[in-house]
Design a protein around this ligand. Structure first.
Ligand code: MRU
Length: 349
């Protein structure tokens, strides 16, 4: 099946259920998983059927509604107490991407602020999840335009390197860093994309490459360790990545491997951009040292497909994210414009 990836929606509300594109099976298989219970949504987020900071925010928002639907009471105070438990279940799925916590807080706040019956609060919760989803698509399109405005003007057709997957699959649609790349492609300002494969889950090799191929965007997949060589050879004009959590000073947590990419970009004078919605900025944290970093199962390292590649007796360390210091970032591209990390606080709303 050929899909236009900018129109792909990894999360869809359909026939009273949530449909998720199973991102663990792409690109070999395009399958949709139907979720109607909050527990199943929590599992889908943990197991990365749905992934990417804005997309897990949207999924968690629908998870809150599914949980609200399962609460059997007509008393508002009992309902709200139970809803807090639903929120906690969803908060415990993945620790780093702040969009998850942002979406859950927004859902809880609207539940507390809505006067009326339990049924009326449930209806508002569904509407809010749908709003979060629709807003994210708009936001990503705006990030795409804002990003295009700050890209280097020379050469006219850019070779852009990216890491992980930040496209339609990682958001409600269109994408953040890949959204900027998509805008550059539409504006005839893109020569090609270098997609880091992104060990260990291979979001670049599998998902970014899939999105680019779907849309005819020229993409070259490289292993993560090849980025430095490509930059040294003068093959890369700009690097654009997404973010899972940005702190008030501009430090940025993103997929493991992003930090080394930023160091290498600095070494080779290649501009390094972060593209993210303001819902990814955690103004409550002063610096990246405070960001909780998810550690995932070691089998993601020692197992490739069904094959065990490491000897028994070895230890493994599998942090899913790292933090890039603000001083390595040329600009942070948001829906309210592109700013230097030091100017981020000016965008606080
Ligand atoms: O572990 P994942 O696949 O959820 O990590 C995703 C990333 O690190 C993305 O770069 C980030 O969420 C930005 S997505 C627009």
């Amino acid at each position: 099946m050929t899909l236009v990836s900018s129109r792909i929606s990894p999360v869809r509300w359909h026939h009273d259920k949530v449909s998720l594109i199973d991102q663990t099976r792409l690109p070999q298989e395009y399958t949709v998983v139907e979720i109607s219970r909050c527990n199943d949504m929590a599992e889908a987020i943990k197991s990365m059927i749905v992934r990417g900071a804005p997309a897990i925010g949207v999924a968690a928002a629908y998870g809150m509604y599914l949980g609200a639907r399962e609460i059997e009471t007509t008393q508002t105070n009992v309902f709200l107490k139970e809803l807090e438990k639903v929120a906690q279940l969803l908060r415990e799925t993945r620790p780093t991407a702040v969009n998850l916590f942002w979406a859950i807080s927004r859902m809880l706040r609207i539940a507390y602020e809505t006067p009326g019956t339990v049924e009326e609060i449930r209806a508002i919760l569904l509407q809010t999840a749908q709003d979060i989803q629709a807003e994210d698509v708009q936001t990503c399109e705006t990030i795409g335009k804002n990003g295009l405005a700050v890209l280097p003007t020379q050469p006219h057709k850019l070779r852009i390197l990216t890491h992980c997957n930040t496209g339609a699959l990682a958001t409600a649609g269109y994408g953040t860093a890949l959204g900027v790349i998509r805008s550059a492609w539409q504006a005839n300002r893109l020569l090609k994309v270098f997609a880091d494969e992104t060990r260990p889950r291979l979001q670049g090799a599998k998902l970014t490459a899939w999105e680019c191929v779907q849309e005819g965007i020229p993409v070259t997949v490289i292993t993560d360790s090849m980025a430095a060589h490509c930059m040294k050879q003068g093959m890369v004009d700009a690097v654009i990545v997404g973010a899972d959590r940005i702190t008030a000073n501009g430090d940025t947590a993103n997929k493991i491997g992003t930090y080394s990419l930023a160091v290498v970009s600095k070494m080779h004078n290649v501009p390094f951009y972060v593209a993210a919605p303001l819902s990814t900025v955690d103004f409550q944290l002063a610096t990246g040292a405070e960001i909780p970093i998810e550690e995932r199962d070691p089998s993601e390292i020692y197992q490739v497909g069904k094959t065990i590649i490491s000897p028994q007796g070895a230890d493994f360390y599998n942090p899913a994210f790292d933090v890039t210091p603000a001083e390595l970032i040329t600009a942070i591209i948001t829906e309210r414009g592109a700013v230097k990390p030091s100017e981020l606080l000016g965008l606080k709303y």
